[in-house]
Design a protein around this ligand. Structure first.
Ligand SMILES: [Zn+2]
Length: 180
């Protein structure tokens, strides 16, 4: 008999293959109810809506990415690079002017806006804080919007989402406005 029943092994360095059915259900429930591991209700939109199944969403996205030969890591890596460049520009600007600015053009192609009022620090719903209490977003809370100036397409993202794409292959539920 399993005496360690209440403990789960899920945390952010476990690949999806090693997450059990039961653990997936726990994560899915956190996303549906929008609760963090410590039970606090988050004042923001859900990662996943009722009726949306976490495993199905991840599998469907994987099939699509395979069909276009792109990996989750490539997408997350590209987003990380853009955010790093944003902070590099911010540092340069601040050292010159002693002022902060929320908007920069990166690589002559992307306009990145940072809004610290739009969102809160979000915890990764895959995480078991008892085993692993690192914060997987940047320490900045807020939301980035990235606009491609050539085709005017825009995405909105926070850094926990980038972590989830990279480590959990999760872009968000189909009904979520925050899905990438
Ligand atoms: Zn995570």
């Amino acid at each position: 008999m399993n005496t360690n029943k209440s403990k789960t092994k899920i945390y952010c360095n476990v690949s999806n293959h090693d997450i059990t059915k039961k653990e997936f259900k726990t994560i899915q429930k956190r996303m549906h109810k929008n609760i963090e591991n410590d039970g606090l209700i988050q004042n923001q939109e859900k990662f996943l809506f009722e009726g949306e199944k976490l495993k199905d969403v991840i599998e469907k996205d994987k099939i699509y990415l395979d069909s276009v030969s792109i990996t989750f890591e490539q997408i997350a890596g590209r987003l990380e690079t853009l955010i790093e460049k944003f902070y590099h520009m911010e540092n340069l600007h601040y050292s010159k002017t002693k002022k902060l600015q929320n908007n920069y053009i990166i690589e002559d192609k992307y306009e990145i806006n940072y809004d610290d009022k739009q969102n809160f620090n979000r915890q990764c719903p895959f995480q078991n804080v008892e085993l692993d209490n690192i914060y997987y977003g940047y320490s900045h809370y807020g939301k980035f919007s990235i606009i491609n100036l050539q085709n005017k397409k825009q995405i909105q993202i926070d850094t926990v989402q980038i972590h989830m794409i990279k480590c959990h292959n999760f872009f968000g539920g189909p009904k979520s406005s925050q899905r990438l």
